[in-house]
Design a protein around this ligand. Structure first.
Ligand code: NAD
Ligand code: LMR
Length: 339
């Protein structure tokens, strides 16, 4: 029995993501939440003859208790709620609107399903995940092993783009990406996780490839000409990441995937990762995307060795990432602490 709640289910990501979840046998209850349009999306999906039971909830339902109804008993909450970018905007430009949305949703989760796995898609991920962590801490429900920024689209792009650069199949790669989710905070560890293909590239090709992974989101924003950002590839990435937890019970070996998590000491491997990042960058980094062993209860351990194996160029990229990322994290934390 697994209940998955999608917050922002009527949006560009929410709709295809909800469809993928409706098709998944491991989902028994699919709970859709939004501030608008969700009855239509829910009624539509509910006609599909798969077993997942669909319910839908508007924020305004029953005197404004729609969020609580949507979250009741949820095992996994995935959150693509909030505004997307238009050309010329950075993800950080979304902070003002999306920060408030995330704080409200976090409060609902903390008070209704505090033990759920929480997967945050809403941008700017570098700052929204710290908002969730702060709200959970306020309510005494913070569990660093269960809160994730979904950075899997960076992994998807890293695999696709190296395949295009080397005329290979995208499915032959399992690149791990570390850092954050915006521009130069995104650091693909190609030398560690795709060494053979990567070694064939010239210096110029290597730099172009890394730049494309870091700014892949911009390609979609430009192409959509004001109509938003990545939705279909993100729905796929969000589903694939969530699927890791659905599958975990049936697998003997935990899956290793990159995700943006708190480097709280309660997470196995966080202490070493933090110390390494401090030595390398001089920054105390509290949240960082790392390859993690994932099980049905969240993070089992951080795969620190993959980060340690980064080459000189990747270490330089992590150095560049650190400053921006620390600022983004502080922004999210201050939003809740009010300092
Ligand atoms: P969208 O505008 O199409 O959909 C967003 C949905 O959120 C809408 O249906 C809207 O009604 C809903 N919403 C707004 N306020 C809400 C609230 N308080 N509670 C519940 N729902 C609410 O946008 P989209 O293209 O689906 O993108 C959603 C977010 O995901 C954006 O912030 C975008 O930047 C982000 N995103 C992240 C990644 C990533 O890799 N993490 C990738 C793509 C997009
Ligand atoms: C992406 O990487 O596609 C998303 O973060 C959306 C964006 O704003 O680019």
């Amino acid at each position: 029995m697994t209940k998955v709640a999608v917050l922002g289910a009527a949006g560009g990501i929410g709709q295809p993501l909800s469809l993928l979840l409706k098709l998944d046998k491991a989902v028994t209850d699919l709970s859709l939440f939004d501030v608008v349009n969700v009855p239509g999306v829910g009624a539509d999906l509910s006609h599909i003859n798969t077993d997942a039971k669909v319910s839908y909830h508007l924020k305004s339902d029953n005197n404004g208790t729609g969020l609580q109804s949507a979250l009741q008993g949820a095992d996994i909450v995935i959150i693509p709620a909030g505004v997307p970018r238009k050309p010329g905007m950075t993800r950080d430009d979304l902070f003002k609107i999306n920060g408030g949305i995330c704080a409200d949703l976090a409060t609902g989760i903390a008070t209704t399903c505090p033990d759920a796995l929480v997967l945050v898609i809403s941008n700017p991920v570098n700052s929204t995940v710290p908002i969730f962590a702060e709200v959970f801490k306020k309510h005494g429900s913070f569990n660093a092993n269960k809160l994730f920024g979904v950075t899997w689209l960076d992994t998807v792009r890293a695999n696709t783009f190296i395949a295009q650069a080397t005329a290979s199949y995208p499915t032959s790669f399992k690149v791990k990406v570390v850092g954050g989710h915006s521009g130069d905070t995104i650091v693909p560890l190609y030398s560690v996780t795709a060494a053979d293909a990567y070694a064939k590239l010239s210096n110029e090709e290597e730099s172009a490839l890394i730049h494309r992974v870091q700014f892949g989101g911009d390609e979609v924003v430009q192409a959509k000409q004001g109509a938003g950002s990545a939705t279909l590839s993100m729905a796929y990435a969000g589903y694939r990441f969530l699927k890791t937890f659905l599958n975990a019970k049936d697998l003997e070996e935990p899956i290793v995937e990159s995700c943006y998590i708190s480097l709280d000491e309660s997470v196995k491997g966080a202490k070493e990762t933090k110390a390494y990042l401090k030595e390398l960058t001089g920054e105390d980094i509290e949240f960082f995307a790392m390859p993690c062993k994932l099980g049905s209860n969240g993070v089992e351990s951080i795969e620190f060795d993959l980060l340690k194996a980064a080459n000189d160029k990747e270490r330089q990229l992590i150095n560049v990432c650190a400053n921006t990322l620390t600022g983004n994290i502080n922004k999210g934390v201050s939003f809740i602490r009010g300092n």
